[in-house]
Design a protein around this ligand. Structure first.
Ligand code: ADP
Length: 258
């Protein structure tokens, strides 16, 4: 079991002008589902993910992970960020992927076996002895995913993990992530501002609207897998989402980057 209950959560950042990043968010993240959080820049997607990860605490309301209040980072959650900067440049890919296990005191042989298993799962077999700067952006994101998976979290929290890679690499990474999700049966929460990415990946798409960040609508994407990107039913959901975004835009009179 690995799911979140988000209950009436708000997050306000202090400052000369306090920013209400999220307001009154209520959401269930179900065990084993692939949930996408979608919305324009600044609508609170990263904030919501950081709250789920326990990297920040809500100003109001409560988040529970399998019934227990989230009060800090948990070993149940592996986090993948957009920027590969989170890989240490002076450590090899294997040493980066195995860092958490090393800090946890796991013996080298056992650690290496796990690192090799996950490098292979993300398509990086043979690259363990390279350094991050030897790898392309897409490969570094693969390494980030391996590093999140290696400690066997039940949940993957991903913040625009494919936002900085070229389009074709991005499509390949999406396919690979879906394969890994199906093999490993994790719960995935995936932040994106790309409508087609959200619809291709998700069981449900949570559309946020900005200032303050609120849930505008939750879209069910019940199409069977494997999906075809050109499936008319998926395109219909994409169009529904674009219409909803247009509503949000009209309401808030904002420029959207979607
Ligand atoms: P998104 O991921 O959708 O782009 P964010 O969660 O990064 O949105 O930001 C939501 C809002 O909260 C924005 O207005 C942003 O400027 C503000 N914000 C985010 N992090 C901080 C912070 N650490 N301090 C102050 N304001 C912040």
């Amino acid at each position: 079991m690995a799911g979140f209950t988000v209950e009436n959560v708000s997050k306000v950042y202090d400052g000369d002008l306090p920013t209400v990043s999220l307001q009154h968010i209520n959401l269930e993240v179900r065990d084993g589902e692939f949930l996408c959080i979608l919305g324009p820049s600044g609508c609170g997607k990263s904030t919501l993910l950081e709250l789920l990860a326990g990297l920040q605490l809500p100003t109001e309301g409560e988040i529970r992970l399998d019934g227990a209040k989230v009060q800090g980072p948990s070993r149940s959650s592996g986090v993948v960020f957009q920027q590969d900067a989170s890989l240490y440049p002076w450590r090899t890919i294997s040493q980066n992927v195995g860092l958490g296990l090393e800090l946890g005191g796991m013996r080298k042989a056992e650690r290496q076996a796990l690192v090799d298993k996950y490098l292979s799962m993300v398509g990086l077999q043979g690259f363990g002895s390279k350094y991050p700067h030897h790898l392309s952006g897409g490969m570094r994101q693969r390494a980030g995913i391996a590093r999140a998976l290696v400690s066997s979290p039940n949940i993957l929290l991903m913040d625009e993990p494919f936002g900085a890679v070229d389009h074709l690499t991005r499509l390949q990474l999406q396919n690979d992530l879906l394969r890994i999700w199906q093999e490993e049966r994790k719960t995935v929460v995936f932040v994106t501002h790309d409508v087609s990415e959200a619809v291709f990946l998700a069981d449900r798409v949570v559309l946020l609207s900005p200032r303050p960040g609120r849930i505008h609508h939750i879209f069910d994407v019940s199409q069977e897998r494997p999906r075809k990107r050109e499936d008319a039913r998926l395109l219909k959901i994409q169009n529904d989402i674009y219409s909803a975004i247009y509503d949000v835009k009209t309401e808030a009179d904002l420029e959207f980057t979607i």
